[in-house]
Design a binder for this molecule. Structure first.
Ligand code: GAP
Length: 517
C-alpha cells in the first residue's frame, strides 16, 4: 500500500479509536488545532513521563520548572521573535490561497529528487541483478541534468533565504514555473513577511490594556528563570532546566495532521555550560537524545541526523533528529548550541545581571546554552506512525482475517491490560471485575464483556493494549487465567496471583530508562 494511503488510514484510526479529534469538530473544526481523546491523552502523558524522567531522574544536574504561557512582552523583543520570527508568504490571486514561499520551493526541490529516484527505480527493474546504482547515478544523462537543476535551485534558494531576499524568492517561484495546486495558475502576489506569534491584550480596559504574546516556544521561560533556579537550587554549572508546556504559532502551512499545529506542546531542556565547552556538550546531548529515540525499539534505520548547514545567527551548531514518517524523513527534535545569545539579550533588555560566578576558576561569565527541543505532538505522531500495523491473522473459522494493531511499546500504551470474561454469565463477569479491582491500583486496566472474545481482542489490538486476560470456567476452579500477548497473539495460562508481576515487568519505565543509563 502506498505510504500516503497508510497515513490517511492512521489519521482515520486516531479519530475512530479516541486518540485525536479535530478541535471544535461540531462547528466544522478549527484548522491545525486538535484535541486528544481518551486514549490519546494517556499515550501523550506516557510520552511526557518518559521524557521528563529521562531528564530529571537520570541526571542529578537537570531540574524541572513550569513557567507561565504569558510573559513580559519585552522578552520576545530580546529573544528576536518580534523582529525575526517570520515566514515568507505568497498568495495565489486566483485561488486566494496562501502559501509559504520557502515551502513551495522546497517542494520543487523534492520533485527533482523524486524524478531522479524514479529514473533509478526504472533502470533497476530494467537491468535486474547487474544494476550498479551508483554508476547509473553518476553517468545517466537524464539523472545528471536533473541533478544539475536541483543543485542550481538549491544554491539560489539558500542564498535568497540567507539574505531573506523576498523578491528573489518570488522570482525563483516564477522561474521554476511553480503553479498553485488549487487553481493551477502562476498568478502570484509579492512575497511578504508574516510574524508567527499570536498576540492578545492583557489588562481590563482598552486604555490600560497592553499587547502580549502567546509564547511560541517554552525555552524563554527557562532563560528568564535561569538565575532563580541556579540560586535557589544552588546549581553549579554545568546544569540543565527542563520544561514541558504549550506553545503557539500561527502556522500558515498547517498540514499533515498533528505534525504542524497552531497550538502544540514542547519538551525543552536548556543546559547551561561554561563558554568554550559547549560543543562537547552539544555532542553529548545529540547522542543522548538519539539513544532516547532508539530505545523505543522502532528500528535504528528509521532515524537519522540532519545537520543544519545554515545556522541561526546566534547558534554555533544545530542538528535535527529525523524520523522516517510515511511522508518521508522529517524533524522530530532539534538540538541546538545557542551560545550566550539568549541570556545576554535578557541581560541587556532587563538591565539585570545574569552572570554566573565560577568558584572553581574564580571568574564570572554568562553561561553558554545547549538546548534539546522536541514536540510532544510530533513525538506522538511518530509513535503512532511506527506502531500502526495491518496484519493478516488466522480467524476463528480457520481462514484468515485482517487485524489493525498498534504495536505501541507496552510502557507507553494507554491501557496495559484488558480483562475479559469469556461469557456474560456463570459468575465470570464478577470474577473478572474482582481482578480489575485488585489491579487498577497498579496500571490502567479495562473491563470488557461485549461481543465475542475475538472481537474484543481486535478492539484492544486497535488501541495497542499489550495484554488481554481472559476469565473462563476453569478460572473459577483453579484461579488461573489466560494472558494473551498483543504482538505474538500467544496465550499462556497463569495463576491470577502472578498477573501483576507479569504485566508490571513488561510495562514499567525502569526497564526503558535503564537502556539510557
Ligand atoms: N526552542 C527551540 C525551538 O522551539 P523549533 O525547531 O522551532 O525549536 C522544536 O521547535 C520542536 O518543536 C520541533 O522539532 C517540533 O518537534 C516541535 N514543533 C515546532 N513547531 C511545531 C508545530 N507547529 N506543531 C507541532 N510541533 C512543532
Amino acid at each position: 500500500m502506498a505510504q500516503e494511503d497508510i497515513f490517511k488510514k492512521l489519521v482515520a484510526h486516531c479519530k475512530e479509536y479516541g486518540f485525536v479529534f479535530q478541535s471544535s469538530e461540531i462547528y466544522d473544526g478549527l484548522s491545525a488545532v486538535y484535541d486528544y481523546g481518551q486514549y490519546g491523552v494517556e499515550l501523550k502523558n506516557n510520552i511526557k513521563k518518559y521524557w521528563w524522567d529521562s531528564m530529571t531522574l537520570l541526571h542529578d544536574n537537570v531540574v524541572g520548572i513550569d513557567s507561565a504561557i504569558f510573559m513580559h512582552p519585552e522578552i520576545w523583543k530580546a529573544s528576536g521573535h518580534v523582529d525575526a520570527f517570520n515566514d515568507p508568504l505568497i498568495d495565489n490571486r486566483d485561488s486566494k490561497k496562501r502559501y509559504r514561499a520557502d515551502v513551495l520551493i522546497e517542494e520543487q526541490l523534492a520533485k527533482y529528487e523524486d524524478k531522479i529516484n524514479k529514473e533509478v527505480e526504472k533502470a533497476a527493474k530494467r537491468f535486474g541483478e547487474t544494476f550498479n546504482e551508483q554508476q547509473f547515478r553518476d553517468t545517466n544523462q537524464r539523472v545528471l541534468e536533473t541533478r544539475r537543476k536541483w543543485t542550481a535551485l538549491h544554491e539560489r534558494f539558500a542564498q535568497a533565504m540567507n539574505d531573506m531576499n523576498l523578491d528573489e524568492l518570488r522570482q525563483i517561484i516564477l522561474d521554476e514555473e511553480i503553479v498553485c495546486p488549487i487553481s493551477g495558475t502562476r498568478n502570484w502576489t509579492e512575497v511578504r513577511q508574516f510574524n508567527l506569534m499570536f498576540s492578545t491584550e492583557i489588562g481590563s480596559t482598552a486604555e490600560g490594556a497592553s499587547k502580549i504574546y502567546l509564547r511560541p516556544e517554552t525555552a524563554q521561560g527557562i532563560f528568564v528563570n535561569y538565575l532563580n533556579v541556579q540560586k535557589t537550587g544552588r546549581m553549579k554549572i554545568p546544569f540543565g532546566i527542563a520544561q514541558i508546556g504549550k506553545a503557539f504559532r500561527n502556522e500558515i502551512v498547517a498540514r499533515q495532521f498533528i505534525f504542524r499545529m497552531r497550538e502544540f506542546e514542547q519538551m525543552e531542556m536548556q543546559f547551561f555550560v561554561k563558554p568554550g565547552t559547549e560543543l562537547q556538550w552539544f555532542e553529548k546531548w545529540r547522542d543522548a537524545r538519539m539513544k532516547w529515540h532508539r530505545a523505543l525499539g522502532f528500528g535504528d534505520d528509521n532515524y537519522r541526523f540532519h545537520v543544519h548547514e545554515k545556522l541561526a545567527h546566534y547558534a554555533n551548531a544545530a542538528v535535527d533528529v529525523e524520523y522516517r514518517f510515511p511522508f518521508g524523513f522529517k524533524e522530530v527534535e532539534g538540538i541546538h548550541s545557542r551560545t550566550d545569545f539568549d541570556l545576554s539579550q535578557h541581560q541587556k533588555h532587563s538591565g539585570k545581571k545574569i552572570t554566573y560566578f565560577d568558584t572553581e576558576t574564580n571568574e564570572s561569565y554568562v553561561p553558554y546554552v545547549v538546548e534539546t527541543s522536541i514536540g510532544v505532538d510530533r513525538m506522538f505522531l511518530q509513535v503512532m506512525a511506527a506502531a500502526y500495523c495491518e496484519e493478516d491473522v488466522p480467524s476463528a473459522d480457520g481462514k484468515s482475517e485482517q487485524r489493525v494493531v498498534l504495536k505501541i511499546p507496552p510502557v507507553l500504551a494507554p491501557v496495559k491490560l484488558a480483562v475479559l470474561p469469556l461469557v456474560k454469565k456463570d459468575g465470570l463477569p464478577e470474577k473478572a471485575r474482582e481482578i480489575v479491582d485488585s489491579l487498577k491500583f497498579d496500571f490502567p486496566c479495562r473491563y470488557d464483556e461485549k461481543d465475542s472474545v475475538g472481537k474484543r481482542y481486535r478492539r484492544q489490538d486497535a488501541i495497542g493494549t499489550p495484554f488481554c486476560l481472559t476469565v473462563d470456567h476453569q478460572t473459577l476452579d483453579d484461579n488461573t487465567v489466560t494472558v494473551r500477548n498483543r504482538d505474538t497473539m500467544e496465550q499462556i495460562r497463569v495463576p491470577i496471583a502472578e498477573v501483576r508481576g507479569i504485566i508490571a515487568a513488561k510495562t514499567n519505565f525502569r526497564e526503558l530508562l535503564e537502556k539510557l543509563a
